[in-house]
Design a protein around this ligand. Structure first.
Ligand code: HEC
Length: 186
């Protein structure tokens, strides 16, 4: 006796079998230690695309419900500069400022942020800086910086596309001469 299946049922069975094979295969790769977790090898293109896309979509979604950002003053930008220079430049560099040589051993590597404000809104930058990006080496700063500090860093990132190497050097000199006032706790 032959079993007669509708074309839709056949398709559904084929899909289920395919998905189960992928699932079992994926689990085997994990359980038998075949997944490459070394930071010295770049992500395969599919993983790189999936993680980057996941991050972009999640940040956009998480920032969507936030109230409008505060207005930034020159004092916010200067204090944000001081925080950026001491906390972030090591990984992200700045105009005329190289990144630490060891970042070439990070996967994914931290990008320069010279024009990051053209790709992200202030609220999205706030989310990235305050909460970090899991599985990338981008730390969450909510344990170390106050909310006001994080907004000041965002104020600096917003101003960064207009900074030249000499602006950056001048801001460093101003900071050495007269450190900007720390933010009130928040
Ligand atoms: C230990 C290195 C490290 C430090 C320190 C660090 N970051 Fe990052 N950051 C990263 C990495 C790695 C990424 C890439 C994340 C990714 O690919 O999704 C990143 C991503 C970002 C992004 C998103 C860039 C984009 O366009 O996708 C922003 C904005 C950012 N960092 C801001 C900061 C700020 C501001 C600080 C300091 C308060 C900071 N980071 C400190 C490693 C670092």
């Amino acid at each position: 006796m032959t079993l007669r299946l509708s074309p839709w049922l056949k398709l559904a069975l084929a899909w289920s079998a395919g998905l189960a094979t992928v699932g079992v295969g994926g689990l085997a790769v994990i359980l038998f230690g075949y997944f490459d977790v070394t930071a010295s090898t770049p992500h395969p293109p599919l993983i790189a695309w999936a993680t980057h896309m996941t991050m972009q979509k999640a940040i956009r979604r998480n920032a969507a419900g936030m109230p409008p950002p505060p207005r930034f003053t020159a004092a916010n930008v200067q204090h944000g500069f001081a925080l950026y220079d001491s906390h972030c430049a090591v990984c992200h560099g700045g105009p005329g400022v190289p990144r630490a040589p060891w970042i070439s051993g990070m996967t994914p590597g931290p990008p320069f942020l010279l024009d990051t404000a053209r790709h992200w809104t202030p609220n999205q930058l706030y989310r990235i800086v305050r909460h970090g990006v899991r599985m990338t080496g981008m730390p969450a700063w909510d344990q170390t910086l106050t909310r006001t500090d994080v907004w000041d860093v965002v104020a600096f990132l917003e101003a960064l596309p207009g900074y030249t190497a000499s602006d950056y050097t001048r801001a460093r000199a101003a900071e050495t001469a007269q450190p900007s006032a720390p933010s009130p706790p928040s």
